[in-house]
Write a protein that binds this ligand. Structure first.
Ligand code: MUC
Length: 92
């Protein structure tokens, strides 16, 4: 099942910079692991915003929720999830 997920990141200004750097490093490692597993198919920066648009390929709503809620930056992200269905005019 494919899902488009838009993630907006808002890290509070007062957080310890070392903690933030650790969170970002952990997030990057987790995102790259999920890409290698074929679950995080696309990861695009939204130009001009601390946000991304991603496409996930997972088995269920529950798997997607587990992945998203387990991301290290999850407490600082607002997510909008859109389930994707095949478009009848798509050629692949
Ligand atoms: O930077 C972001 O968009 C937030 C998050 C999503 C993947 C990742 O490495 O960081």
């Amino acid at each position: 099942m494919l899902y488009c997920v838009e993630m907006d990141v808002a890290i509070p200004h007062g957080l310890d910079p070392e903690h933030v750097a650790r969170l970002k490093a952990d997030e990057k490692a987790r995102a790259q692991d999920l890409q290698r597993q074929g679950k995080w198919l696309h990861l695009w920066r939204v130009a001009g915003r601390y946000a991304n648009i991603s496409v996930f390929d997972v088995a269920s709503h529950d798997e997607l929720h587990d992945i998203l809620s387990g991301l290290p930056l999850f407490p600082f992200m607002t997510m909008r999830v859109t389930p994707l269905a095949r478009h009848p005019s798509a050629i692949e």
